[in-house]
Design a protein around this ligand. Structure first.
Ligand SMILES: Nc1ncnc2c1ncn2[C@@H]1O[C@H](COP(=O)(O)OP(=O)(O)OP(=O)(O)O)[C@@H](O)[C@H]1O
Ligand SMILES: [Mg+2]
Length: 219
């Protein structure tokens, strides 16, 4: 059986806004194993992004436990958390992914500890942007920008890729291209992927679809 990369055990997340409390996650149990490709669907406000943020140690649970590679993320120091985020986790967001003042290749090298141009080129080739290393964000289509963002998320060989609406701003053709790319990374490189999406077409590419409702996974 495949090793578990992430485990959510009765995870609650409550946001406080003044006197108001929002229970964004309500007792989530979820295991993500090596090689999984999971799509998370569900209505707006159901807690999808919150779940992804906890998975990426961008936040910690109010109650319950998140284990990453068997270790409770609460036990990581701030420095260890940052190290995990940098080396173990790749993120892609819906937009605002790239630095507009950097070229494609500079964006890919951004998270690298030592600037490895060869590797950045290899990653850009892999996602089909061989001839566009030197392009700036505004010189790339939306789909191409998202592909650069994927290459950048892979810069430090993460064990898991977390994507929040990676095709949210894309047309059908580009949605297919991006999802096809993720599928290949999952199937050929064994990359573990969790992608939040509203789009049933995008979700079709995943091996498993889970649906959230009211802060929990719908069974
Ligand atoms: N930083 C925050 N402070 C207060 N409330 C928040 C915060 N972030 C999210 N929420 C609330 O928590 C709930 C879950 O939000 P979340 O962003 O996880 O939903 P989502 O499923 O990703 O929605 P969408 O599909 O619209 O992106 C919502 O009620 C939201 O308003
Ligand atoms: Mg969201």
């Amino acid at each position: 059986m495949n090793k578990s990369v992430l485990e959510f055990q009765n995870v609650w997340k409550t946001y406080k806004m003044g006197t108001e409390k929002v229970k964004a996650l309500r007792g989530v149990n979820l295991t993500i194993k090596e090689g999984d490709f999971i799509a998370i669907m569900g209505p707006s406000g159901s807690g999808k992004s919150t779940l992804l943020h906890l998975a990426g140690i961008l936040d910690i649970p109010t109650e319950g436990t998140v284990l990453m590679n068997g270790k409770n993320v609460k036990d990581y120091s701030g420095k260890e958390q940052a190290k995990q985020r940098r080396s173990n986790i790749g993120f892609i967001f819906q937009r605002f992914n790239l630095m507009p003042q950097l070229t494609a290749i500079e964006n890919v090298m951004l998270p690298m500890i030592s600037q490895d141009e060869k590797k950045a080129k290899m990653l850009l080739n892999k996602i089909g942007l061989k001839d566009k290393y030197k392009r700036f964000q505004k010189q790339l289509s939306g789909g191409e920008q998202q592909r650069v963002a994927i290459a950048r998320a892979l810069a430090n060989d993460p064990s898991i890729l977390l994507a929040d609406e990676p095709t949210g701003e894309l047309d059908t053709e580009n949605t297919r291209l991006i999802m096809e790319l993720l599928k290949n990374l999952n199937e050929n490189d064994g990359l573990t992927i969790v992608a939040v999406t509203h789009n049933p077409l995008a979700a079709e590419y995943a091996k498993e679809v889970i649906t959230m409702q009211d802060g929990n996974i719908k069974s």
